[in-house]
Design a protein around this ligand. Structure first.
Ligand SMILES: Nc1ncnc2c1ncn2[C@@H]1O[C@H](COP(=O)(O)OP(=O)(O)OP(=O)(O)O)[C@@H](O)[C@H]1O
Ligand SMILES: [Mg+2]
Length: 304
């Protein structure tokens, strides 16, 4: 039976994963335990090959753990995925090259209508829960100056559904009819962000979405992602190799050890929001960056 607390938590318990044939199996993830609350933004950082993408695939239901379990707000990843409650954003923006910017963002709402019906049924069940009204009354974003605290989102963040409004908010209002190849890398990545938010998924899984961007574009895209997330309040799991990026974006940073990956440390980032990347006054953010580098070193990661 799903309890109220299950429906507000993402929980990974003892999840392990190996690849290869019997006799020559390689352990990618070793007994990962990890938990976060609905509405949080959590980053995963660790060296190449430590299993970050593997962990995201387990959360997305694209692969199954060999041992252990994954619960996404009381559902299995397969159930959540079938009801379109998960949006997955890979490293390279997977846009349809022949479709316009607007058509790319509208795509998820046009495919798999049966999933929409499943989701509506699940939402009706949530709305009937005694705690649903309490959830809806909770603030989506912390007030400026308030300490970072676990945040709860409304079950469905309807406000962000309009693809044109989303693209306009991301600075692409003039490019609705453009084709992906007519856009810069940063613009393409912003289209992919708009598409992820347009699905109104409960859970956004982002696998190094900004790694190919130059520093300036990366910082402005981070700011836009944060602004959108604070408005919408979905739950985000974000993989990155960048310590400053992890710190500025996150409520907590999960530090992973080299292969076989396990969680070496979880660092809550207690810095008020709204935050912006590159701010000179962000001494507190720099202290967290140093702390995370230290945790990575302790986990056996060689930093340049
Ligand atoms: N489909 C697969 N078949 C075999 N081995 C795999 C597969 N997927 C991942 N692995 C192995 O599992 C380990 C973890 O891979 P994963 O892609 O999750 O690492 P990562 O932390 O995302 O690395 P990077 O930072 O380079 O993206 C690696 O040793 C990789 O070779
Ligand atoms: Mg990866």
């Amino acid at each position: 039976m799903v309890t109220a607390s299950d429906s507000d938590r993402l929980v990974v318990t003892g999840a392990s994963k190996s690849y290869g044939r019997p006799g020559s199996r390689r352990e990618a993830l070793a007994a990962v335990d990890f938990e976060m609350t609905r509405g949080q933004f959590v980053s995963i950082i660790g060296p190449s090959g430590c299993g970050k993408s593997t962990l995201l695939r387990l959360l997305a239901g694209l692969e199954h753990p060999d041992t252990g379990s994954v619960s996404l707000f009381g559902s299995t990843p397969a159930e959540a995925s079938a009801a379109k409650r998960i949006a997955f954003m890979p490293q390279v923006p997977a846009l349809l090259p022949w479709a316009s910017v607007l058509a790319n963002v509208k795509l998820p709402s046009r495919v798999n209508r049966r999933a929409d019906a499943r989701r509506e049924a699940a939402e009706r069940a949530v709305a009937g829960r005694p705690d649903a009204r309490r959830e809806a009354a909770l603030p989506v974003a912390a007030a400026p100056g308030a300490p970072a605290a676990p945040r709860y989102s409304q079950p469905t963040p309807r406000a962000a559904a309009d693809p044109v409004a989303l693209l306009t908010e991301l600075g692409l209002g003039d490019s609705l009819k453009a084709l992906p190849h007519e856009l810069s890398g940063g613009m393409q990545q912003r289209v992919a962000i708009a598409r992820a938010f347009a699905t109104q998924a409960d859970l956004l899984l982002m696998d190094e979405p900004f790694s190919a961007l130059d520093e300036f574009t990366r910082e402005s895209t981070q700011d836009q992602l944060l602004a959108l997330w604070q408005k919408v309040g979905s739950t985000v799991v974000f993989v990155t190799h960048s310590v400053p990026e992890a710190v500025v974006l996150s409520d907590a940073v999960v530090v992973m050890s080299p292969r076989p990956g396990h969680i070496a440390s979880i660092v809550p980032i207690d810095v008020p929001r709204p935050r912006r990347s590159g701010l000179a006054e962000s001494a507190a953010l720099h202290e967290y960056e140093d702390l995370i580098r230290e945790k990575l070193r302790l986990a056996g990661v060689e930093l340049s």
